[in-house]
Design a protein around this ligand. Sequence first.
Ligand code: SF4
Ligand code: SF4
Length: 381
Amino acid sequence: MKYRTLGKTGIKSSILGFGAMRLPLKSQNPEDVDKDETRKMIEYAVENGINMFDTALLYHTSDRSRPGVSETILSENLKDYSDKIHLSTKMPSWNINSWEYFDDTLNKHLKRLQTEQIELFFVHSIKDSYYSSIKEKGLYEFIDRALDDGRIKHVGFSTHGSYELLEQILNDYEKWGFALTQINYLDNEENPGLKGLNKLHKLNIGTMIMEPLRGGQLAQNIPYEIKQIFSKSKIQHTNIEWAFNYLWNFDEINCVLSGMSNLQQVKDNISLVDQSFKLSKNDKQILEEVKEKYKELRNIPCTGCNYCMPCPFGVNIPKCFYEYNMDKLSGSENASIQYRFHLNEDRKAHNCTKCEKCVSICPQSINIPEELKKVETHFGE
Ligand code: SF4
Ligand code: SF4
C-alpha cells in the first residue's frame, strides 16, 4: 500500500480508501447487506494496508427519511482495528432545516458508530442552491461547538457544486481540514474539477476523490470507439488501471475512495496500488481523446448513487438511466431486453409525474424528469 498525508489533518491515509456505499447485497433491498462478504472484504482491506474507510448516515437505506445500515455495519466490523484505521462519515446537508437538526443528527452518528468522537466528519454534498440557507441555520456555529467539545476531531465537506461555491465555502470558514470532490478522466473540468483540486491543495486541505469509475461506467461495457482509442497505447492497460492511475498521477490527490462491492474487487483494487504507474505523455493524450469521444457519444451522467430514491411514484431512476446508457454507449442488446422485459412496468420511466421531488437531490445535477422522458422515448414506451 502507498500512503499520502491528508492535508492539515496530518493523517497518513492509504491512497485507496474503502467507500461503504455499494456494499454487497443479498437482495434488491439496499438494507439487505451481505454481512459475511462485507466482513471478509473489510478484513482483507485492513490486512493489506487500507486504513481509510468512508461511510454516511444515508448509505444503504431503503427510505431516505431514516438512516441506512452502512454506518452500523462498518462500525461493527472495524471495532477491533480502531488503532489502525481512520473513519469518515457524512451528515446530509440537504436535510438541514433547523438549529436542532445539527445536534440531533450528530448524536445519531455517534450512537451508530459507538463512539464519543468522530475522527473525520463531513458535511455531505453541499450544493449551490442551498448553501446560504444552511449557513443561516447555523452551520459554522455548530461545527465550532462540535470541534470545541470534542465530538468531532476534523471537519470536511463534500460537494459536486461549482468552483465558485467551493471558493465561497473555503472563504467562509478556515477550519476545514479535508474535502471530497468528484474527479475522473471524464469529469475534471467543473464541479469543481481540477481547478478546485488545486485550490484545496494550495490551502493544505486534505483531498479525497469520489467516483473514480463514475459509478462503474469507466470499468465495463466500454463502447467500441473508446476501446479503439485505448488500443493505441504502447502498453495495454485495463479500464480500471486507466481510471485509477489517472487520479494517482496527481500529487495533489491524497486518497481515492472506491465503493467496493465484493472481495475480488477489494483484492483487484489493492493490486492496482502495488502496480500503479506514471502516465506517459502519450497516455495522457489517449485519455484526452477518450474524453472527447465520450462527449460525442454523450450519455446521462448518472453514477447510480441512489440519492434520488425512492421515487414516490415508483420509478427506478438509476436503473432506467443505466439501461439507457448501456444501450446508447455499447449498443448492448441485453440492455434493451433488461429494460423492456425484466423491469416491472410500474418501475419504468413513463410513471414519472414530473413532481420534481428528486431534482434538487441529484449530486450530478441531472434534470431527472427530462432525462426520463428521453429514456421513455428511446425504449418506445
Ligand atoms: S420527478 Fe419523476 S422520477 Fe422524480 S420523484 Fe417525481 S415522479 Fe419520481
Ligand atoms: S439520477 Fe442522480 S441521484 Fe439518482 S442515482 Fe443517478 S446520480 Fe444518483
